[in-house]
Design a protein. Structure first.
Length: 324
């Protein structure tokens, strides 16, 4: 199987590239800075010779988009919007023009599209799209707008011969350098792994092995299209999430952080507090209904596995080697 990964050099792309290559598939990465074999240059917004890689491929998995780990200034928010919408639009153009279009187009989206809430979980059928909540910062609504436009760019692309799936992904947890799990672990080891702003807000996540397996499952299941939540069935409050992570890493105590302390910390790290404060209680309704079996449905087991792999020099490559 030939798989094209636009924007495939980030953490999630690295996880997918490693696993799919180990499984024997041909993987081509589209990137702004090609430097390795099977990497092709593109700008993420205009058609070019890179489109030849899509013509004749089996699957396109578009992961392109500016990182959300930044201050949510007007400039950065606009860059997030443009990079996601432009890349989805131009990938759609490449597929539409292909003599032999891919049979499946998986488009990265985000669980952030759902509303900030504590009382009930969001699945694809009953989940509430965000943007209208009261008592939250205005720019949270813009994050939802980004997600909606991102998905709309895929949905409106004229690609009748290609099945389209929007991956509403929660945070992908892997032990790779620079990933979310490494950042949270570093905070825990510094004694800063306690609850933030009370810790009642929900955290949705997915183990990297389950993320890869879910992608493979969606490629194989030709009866599934549209939005699909890629999240474990066990979201949990931030307080409990960090307590479990500390236990997995052998850190007994984590200092709590008030809202203003978190705001100062986010400013110092050039990030935004939405990543900490928004309650993302998302569950994988369609995956479960389709019979997908999670290897790591609970955070206890996932955190223990990730911690073991993080301690091993070869840990980040474990599930890829197992698939080979």
């Amino acid at each position: 199987m030939k798989v094209v990964l636009p924007g495939g050099t980030g953490q999630v792309g690295t996880v997918l590239n490693r696993a799919l290559t180990a499984a024997g598939h041909e993987v081509v990465v589209l990137t702004r800075r090609p430097g390795h074999e099977r990497e092709i240059g593109w700008d993420g917004k205009t058609l070019g010779r890179w489109a030849e890689a899509i013509d004749g491929s089996d699957v396109v998995i578009n992961l392109a988009g500016r990182s959300v780990s930044c201050r949510y200034t007007a400039e950065n928010l606009r860059a997030m919007m443009d990079s996601r919408v432009d890349s989805a639009r131009v990938v759609g153009e490449a597929i539409a023009r292909a003599a032999r279009p891919p049979r499946t187009w998986l488009q990265m989206s985000t669980a952030t599209i759902y509303a900030h809430r504590f009382d009930a979980a969001h699945d694809e059928a009953t989940g509430v799209i965000g943007g209208r909540e009261s008592g939250v910062p205005d720019h949270w609504a813009y994050s939802v707008e980004i997600a909606e436009n991102w998905e709309r760019a895929q949905a409106e692309a004229p690609t009748p011969w290609t099945r389209k799936v929007a991956l509403r992904s929660a945070m992908v947890m892997s032990p790779d350098r620079g990933g979310v799990f490494e950042v949270l672990t570093r905070l825990a080891r510094l004694g800063l792994g306690g609850p933030v702003a009370g810790g009642a807000q929900y955290v949705s996540w997915i183990h990297d092995e389950d993320f890869v397996r879910a992608v493979e499952f969606l490629i194989a299941r030709e009866d599934l299209d549209g939005p699909v939540n890629l999240a474990s069935p066990g979201p949990l409050p931030h307080r409990q999430f960090m307590r479990t992570l500390r236990a997995a890493r052998g850190v007994p105590v984590g200092l709590p952080a008030t809202r203003w302390m978190a705001e100062v910390g986010a400013f110092a790290l050039r990030s935004d507090t939405e990543l900490l404060f928004k309650s993302r209680r998302v569950v994988p309704g369609r995956l479960l209904e389709a019979g997908f079996d999670f290897a790591y449905p609970t955070w206890d087991g996932a955190a223990a596995d990730l911690a073991r792999r993080a301690r091993s020099p070869r840990g980040g490559r474990r599930h890829a080697e197992a698939a080979a």
